[in-house]
Design a protein around this ligand. Structure first.
Ligand code: GRF
Length: 201
């Protein structure tokens, strides 16, 4: 059965684009039924429009409180009726009501090899720590910060002369492979969560 995907993105949307391209190639048995964004200026909106994907803007700044914003985001997600929610460069923490509703059905891409370097500026954290390898992680979202069960990871070398941009760009190439792959595995019903572990068949 074709799965319904909703992507949530805050900015540039290059990971969203990687999913769009995989869908257009027919590599993922799914349909992207909506882009939901908290940012009316997100470039991801143009990518959605170019691919005829409906856009729902839930403008964070137009809400008086974080709770009201979260309620509106929750409504937007429910209205879209997703089988899978993909956080692809969504720069906010998802509240617990949404996390609980989509337990095992919401994934996130993070630009580090978790559990190292959670939160913001993961590439900078990796450089400052002096690791020789870093990468990206696709994981299911739970109520911890970047701590949910890991679906897949890809690694990259850190070079002596890397700065945050060169390292982020090298990681991004791997993100664009990892995220569509994880979405595909989910949509093919090939992932199962057993405690902290995600098994792939
Ligand atoms: C990516 O590095 C992603 O891992 C992180 O935010 C960045 C978003 O990039 N969560 P893009 O919007 O997908 O281009």
């Amino acid at each position: 059965m074709t799965k319904r995907i909703v992507v949530v993105a805050s900015g540039r949307g290059s990971n969203f684009q990687a999913i769009i391209s995989a869908l257009q190639r027919g590599s993922i048995p799914a349909e992207c039924v909506a882009l939901v964004t908290d940012n009316p200026k997100a470039y991801a909106i143009e990518r959605a429009q170019a691919a005829n994907i409906p856009v729902v803007v839930v403008d964070y700044r137009s809400f008086a409180t974080r709770e009201l914003y979260e309620q509106a985001l929750f409504t937007a997600l429910k209205d879209a009726g997703p089988d899978l929610v993909v956080l692809a460069g969504y720069m906010r923490i998802v509240g617990s009501a949404i996390v609980r509703e989509y337990a095992g059905k919401m994934m996130n891409i993070h630009p580090a090899l978790l559990p190292s370097f959670t939160g913001l500026h993961a590439q900078r954290q990796a450089l400052e720590h002096g690791v020789k390898l870093t990468g990206c992680t696709v994981h299911f979202v739970d109520e911890s910060l970047d701590g949910g069960p890991i679906i897949l990871q890809r690694c990259v070398r850190v070079m002596d002369d890397d700065d945050e941009d060169t390292l982020a760009n090298r990681i991004l190439i791997q993100e664009h492979l990892a995220l569509p792959e994880a979405v595909r595995l989910f949509c093919e019903d090939r992932l199962s969560i057993e405690g902290r572990k995600v098994k792939t068949r």
